[in-house]
Design a protein around this ligand. Sequence first.
Ligand SMILES: NC(=O)c1ccc[n+]([C@@H]2O[C@H](COP(=O)([O-])OP(=O)(O)OC[C@H]3O[C@@H](n4cnc5c(N)ncnc54)[C@H](OP(=O)(O)O)[C@@H]3O)[C@@H](O)[C@H]2O)c1
Length: 246
Amino acid sequence: MSKTGEVVCITGGSGCIGSWIVRLLLDRNYTVHATVKDLKDEGETKHLEALEGAATRLRLFQIDLLDYNSIFAAINGCSGVFHLASPNIIDQVQDPERRTGQKVNGPRSFMAEVTRKIDQPEKEKELTISFSIFSAGCIETYENIFMGSVHFKDVALAHILLYENKSATGRHLCVEAISHYGDFVAKVAELYPEYKVPSLPKDTQPGLLREKNGAKKLMNLGLDFIPMDQIIKDAVESLKNKGFIS
Ligand SMILES: NC(=O)c1ccc[n+]([C@@H]2O[C@H](COP(=O)([O-])OP(=O)(O)OC[C@H]3O[C@@H](n4cnc5c(N)ncnc54)[C@H](OP(=O)(O)O)[C@@H]3O)[C@@H](O)[C@H]2O)c1
């Protein structure tokens, strides 16, 4: 579907999910405003500027989530905003207002106030995101956690499908499958016998049901999820390329 001439903004455009959204939007001929925290930081900008179409249809903006004017400059003239600028952290948040741009005791988030000012679609859409993880060696930390897996590319595509489908409403679960965490670990061990992958000694969540079609709403919109094997392979290759594992 060609979206030539349509301008959209992605906050957090340099992040894992944001980068994929920028890439897929450029592929669909959108003009993209992507925000980063620091325009001088090449780690945030270089991979975006290297994308096909970026030279003519990507504009980068530096924003501070608590600075209205910086955000307004990025979203001005856009027909939609994908709001991803928020840290994905597991340690305790020390400064929630700065971290999220959300007035802690306020009635609406700062970003929500800003997005009200653009040419908004008639309704709000929500996306529930699950995520992929490569877990080799993490048994102490993750033993009791269950996770659905999904490729970052599919998370990005889900955002775009929801944006483009005016009939989409409510929450959308975005997982390739709902499986036991032990299934995931076993698959990693099967694909990569050369790594020391722990096998879970027992079912940590007995009774949990597997479900292949948990994300039916997105599937009905045409999302054909990348399977678990490929998610793991792409994650491992990415970790290798970046030198985290050998
Ligand atoms: N990845 C996951 O597995 C996962 C799972 C569930 C939910 N999510 C949610 O999905 C969203 C995006 O996740 P992600 O994995 O793409 O995260 P990410 O890779 O950490 O990217 C976050 C992006 O937001 C920017 N950002 C963070 N704090 C900011 C601030 N105060 N002002 C302006 N920009 C800021 C970051 O800029 P810098 O690069 O400069 O820091 C980066 O571009 C987050 O809300 C996250 O909580 C992610």
